[in-house]
Structure formats: C-alpha cells, structure tokens
Write a new protein. Structure first.
Length: 188
C-alpha cells in the first residue's frame, strides 16, 4: 500500500510580507515556491544591462502611462507562494504604496549563472500565471541573446530568440527595442 505524502506548501505571500517587512533594505529576499530566497548583490555587468533596459523601456512606456521600475516584486492571484523580484517591471496605474506589483505588463530577468535555472524555470512558470503580463524578457549577460516570451490573444505563450542585430517589437508599449541598446557599454 502506497502512502501519499502531503507537501508543506510553505510560506504564503501575506506571511512572507510580514516576515520580510522589518528586514533592512539592503537585505533582499524573494519568495519562490513558498520559500524565502536571499538575493546576492549583482555584478556591475548585470546592473548595466538592467539600467539599459530601464532607460529604454521607460521611454516607450511613458506614452502608454507605464513606468519601468527595477527591484519590485510581482504577485499573481493564481499562485500565492511566489513573490519573485524580476530585474525590471513595466506597469501602469498609480504608483504602488508597497513594493508588490499585481499588474505588470512586462517583466525582464537578466540571467546570472547562479540563478539561471530558477529564472528560466519556476519563475518563468510563475510569470505565465500573472493575468496582466503580456511580455517576459530573459536577457543573457554573457552572450548577446534575448528570449522574448509573449502572450497571444488566446492566452498562449509564444517564444522568439533575438540576437545583437535584431529588434524586439513591443506593441504593448508602442515601441521597438533594438537588442544592441540592451547591451550598451557591454563588451563580448
């Protein structure tokens, strides 16, 4: 006779928010599959790519009433054990009172070797559960490659890979982002 083991679902978002609130700002955590995960400081290369993304996405989003913001968490009504912090979040509406977005239009993750499997795995699955999300970018930092995941009108996700000579159409923000702009000041 086989026994079914019941998996502890771990921490829920509300419990995580109460747990993380008193921590100092320089101590950064995200909630992944019910577990708080510490976030290490990023390399300058990583942060330069994030700065490039914010600069270019901000200019597109502004015309649509959206802002590009680094370092805020994303929540989903469908998955209460996740509060990941993508590198860039583009969202509209009034400014958040806290650091938790429930309505992103676009998220971007800049891959680091130590977090690549999590960023391309469980976090990608989570982002697909966010109803408002239209585009997810996975940006490599050690090669000029961007994966573009886009939700179509039927709710299915389509994938495209772009190299340094390509551009990413962003009709959701009314613009087109050259991959080379993402890698301004980055040598390969």
């Amino acid at each position: 006779m086989a026994l079914a083991l019941r998996r502890d679902p771990g921490m829920r978002v509300a419990e995580y928010q109460a747990w993380v609130a008193p921590l100092p700002d320089e101590e950064r955590w995200e909630l992944i599959d019910g577990e708080p995960v510490p976030m290490a400081p990023q390399s300058e290369r990583h942060q330069q790519i994030v700065a490039n993304l914010v600069r270019h996405l901000r200019s597109f989003g502004r015309d649509r009433g959206c802002r590009a913001v680094p370092g805020i968490a994303v929540l989903s009504e469908a998955m209460d054990t996740f509060a990941p912090i993508p590198d860039v979040v583009v969202r509209g509406g009034p400014m958040l009172k806290d650091g938790y977005a429930r309505d992103p239009v676009l998220v971007a993750e800049v891959l680091s070797p130590s977090t690549m499997s999590r960023d391309r795995g469980r976090k990608t699955d989570f982002y697909r559960s966010v109803a408002s999300l239209k585009v997810s970018l996975i940006v490599y930092q050690d090669e000029p490659r961007v994966e573009v995941w886009r939700r179509d009108a039927d709710g299915f996700w389509a994938f495209e890979a772009r190299d340094l000579n390509a551009a990413i159409d962003l009709p959701e923000l009314g613009g087109r982002l050259a991959v080379a702009e993402i890698y301004d000041d980055i040598a390969f």
